[in-house]
Write a protein that binds this ligand. Structure first.
Ligand SMILES: [Zn+2]
Length: 252
């Protein structure tokens, strides 16, 4: 749901961190179908092209992602899963796990943290990406909850005495990247993957009206232009043609 668009403050200190080494595996955790593509699609596509195995975890079913009051929401859920898998393929492959929580009702209960931690322990990603739970003035509760979930689940996944019922070895990722960051301090050059990110975003056809604000081709062109302008603006302080920015946490 427009997670990273309109975006976030640009990183203006050019000494701050830039371009992580390409990880062997990455797990991106989004509240809804399309949040991962908005938040880090360019970075994930770049890494996938360099051999990183990318995994997606989508927390909710996306059943409220329409402005049509008469929509068949069961059909919408199925459509959004197809769209999400197609978007993941466009970004360079990788499996998609759907947690299946109801859109708008994502919680940060022990059971939900356990579910996310189990995915982390199963996939054992080197880098995890997710929503920044500390983003100020954010309205959507699922984006806040998904951010808290990813942080709490990393703590649970890394420590062996949390959720011993998983029967899985603990796992500590090397880095966490938070998109729509309140205080971004890390930049990824996505010059080579802007088109891929846009193609992945446009796989979410059911969201054209509610998220891309597009009901006609020229409005989709305007959406593309908005994203291009946004990524160019984020890259400009670094001399990059396009960038995505994050809060980087390595003290995990
Ligand atoms: Zn969303």
């Amino acid at each position: 749901m427009g997670a990273n668009e309109p975006g976030q403050p640009a990183v203006t200190d050019p000494s701050l961190s830039r371009d992580l080494p390409v990880p062997t595996s990455a797990l991106a955790v989004g509240a809804h179908p399309d949040d991962v593509e908005f938040g880090g699609g360019g970075t994930l596509a770049k890494w996938a092209a360099a051999g990183c195995v990318v995994h997606h975890l989508v927390c909710t079913d996306g059943s409220k992602g329409t402005w049509d009051p008469d929509a068949d929401t069961a059909a919408l859920v199925a459509t959004r899963q197809v769209e999400q898998r197609r978007a993941a393929q466009i970004l360079g492959g990788g499996d998609v796990t759907f947690l299946g929580r109801v859109d708008g009702d994502l919680d940060t209960s022990r059971a939900t943290v356990s579910d996310v931690a189990r995915v982390i322990r199963t996939i054992r990603p080197q880098v995890v990406l997710g929503h920044d739970p500390w983003k100020r003035y954010r309205l959507h509760p699922d984006h806040r909850a998904a951010g808290i979930l990813v942080c709490d689940a990393i703590v649970a996944a890394r420590d062996p005495h949390f959720f011993r019922e998983h029967g899985l070895a603990h796992h500590r990722p090397d880095a966490l990247l938070l998109w729509e960051a309140d205080e971004p301090d890390h930049v990824e050059d996505v010059t080579s993957t802007v088109d891929t990110k846009l193609a992945a975003l446009l796989a979410h056809e059911s969201q054209f009206e509610s998220t891309m604000h597009a009901t006609a081709d020229d409005q989709l062109d305007a959406f593309r232009e908005r994203i291009r302008t946004r990524l160019a603006g984020l890259g400009a302080p670094y001399g990059l043609a396009a960038a995505e920015v994050f809060k980087l946490i390595t003290d995990l």
